[in-house]
Write a new protein. Sequence first.
Length: 484
Amino acid sequence: MSDLGKLRRELEDLLGADGVISDPVQLRTYECDGLAGYRVTPSLVVLPTTSEQVAESVAAAHRAGVPFVARGAGTGLSGGALPVAEGIVIGLQRMRAILEIDPVNRRAVVEPGVTNLAISKAAAPYDLYYAPDPSSQQVCTIGGNVAENSGGAHCLKYGFTTNHVLAMEVVLPDGTRTWLGGPSPEVAGPDLRGVVIGSEGTVALVTKVVVRLLRKPESVRTLLADFPSIEQAGDTVTDVIGAGIVPAAMEIMDQLAIEASEAAVGAGYTLDTPAALVVELDGPNEECALLFDAVREICQRNGTTKIRVAADDAERLMIWTGRKAAFAAVGRISPDYFVQDGVVPRTRLAEALSRIGAMGRAAGIRVANVFHAGDGNLHPLVLYSEEAGEHGRAEKLSKEIAELCVELGGSLSGEHGIGTDKACSMPTMFTEDDLATMDKVRRAFDPENLCNPGKLLPTPRLCGERPGKYRPHPLEQAGVIDRL
Ligand SMILES: Cc1cc2nc3c(=O)[nH]c(=O)nc-3n(C[C@H](O)[C@H](O)[C@H](O)COP(=O)(O)OP(=O)(O)OC[C@H]3O[C@@H](n4cnc5c(N)ncnc54)[C@H](O)[C@@H]3O)c2cc1C
């Protein structure tokens, strides 16, 4: 029996038959994440329900020398959960218990498959919430958020996942279970919790998370302002921050992104405006009211053509639904798309956007923009049609946009991670010594290179022959063989 056959028997004994997927058709459910242009079918998928089962599954894979990839909800946009063909996927979605809400210490202890939004829902009766809010929050898991150090619209004021995770139980790549961090923010010794956050599943599997909860603000005020140009919306963002105001969120959408979002959810954005800016302020009532007036004035000074102020919670929610639906809604105006995730210094936003526009025109590819403007975190949506043979051109443009952000003094990723997508661009941002140091850290946890190999750091194999979009085999095209 092959190593994989032996491992499968061992895992079935451990998890029961319904905890192991080996049927070729069912395995295809796991062949990609949100970066659907890249697909690899894994050999096995296991669905543990406890930390012990995760540890035993990892230990068994480690003994067999078989690579393993953790998966939460598979909403990642950089191919972080892309399987390894000869490896297993460890799906953590069955581990979705909220183990404890501690309102006095403002903490929650949750399993890794709990969705981001479920934490806030569970904390709501205590007037508390979990601050990082990816637009995918209804489905993405806290385990995936930790692995990606995920952000969201409100991270401008409140910080990213790393600022809200106190401790976690992890399974190391040899199957050892341990805790990193502690119940209070200050822990002696090196911050190994920080090493795992943002490591994209390459150093450990997260099996429990202790998150910080925040008190809901006394007041929240939201406006949606239209602008005659994206540059004017961008200048407004710079002026708001320049005035010493730190809004909870500042988001920009361009006309294409608005068109897609309106087609999907009809939140009432103006269809023919070149740019819309959402600004949300929160805090004590008086402070919030004062600063809100100041923001309105700054919008007017920058030539806003229309300001809509959310009259109540329902309207506020509607404005956010429009913004948060934008990525997924792009499917309405384009059959395929890449979501890019670069960061530029805020002062270079206008320059970045106009260069991206020019690059898109030169490539004959439409680019929609929706972004966390306050952070300088761009999300150009590169729209293409696989059927029309545009995949290669769109992929090239997407890569060039990410590398442009580095050239402008920014970063390859603001929150979606490097994954498979941008591993080969890492040398544009880091020196060989930097990359070797990162590799040493990773190898300290995973000397055998079994834990999500080929992600985050460039490897000659990965950069030479990237796992690409599925292309039919000539025999399949000739009707001799079928794809299961
Ligand atoms: C419509 C849409 C909107 C989005 N908006 C945002 C946004 O606003 N902000 C943002 O930051 N992201 C956003 N994302 C990206 C994505 O939702 C996040 O990266 C999210 O954290 C992924 O969570 P997941 O559970 O789906 O993880 P997956 O996609 O399953 O996995 C992501 C990575 O985490 C690793 N991983 C998963 N679970 C674990 C675990 N328990 N232990 C160790 N490693 C693990 C995987 O190996 C992989 O490398 C969006 C995605 C979509 C589709």
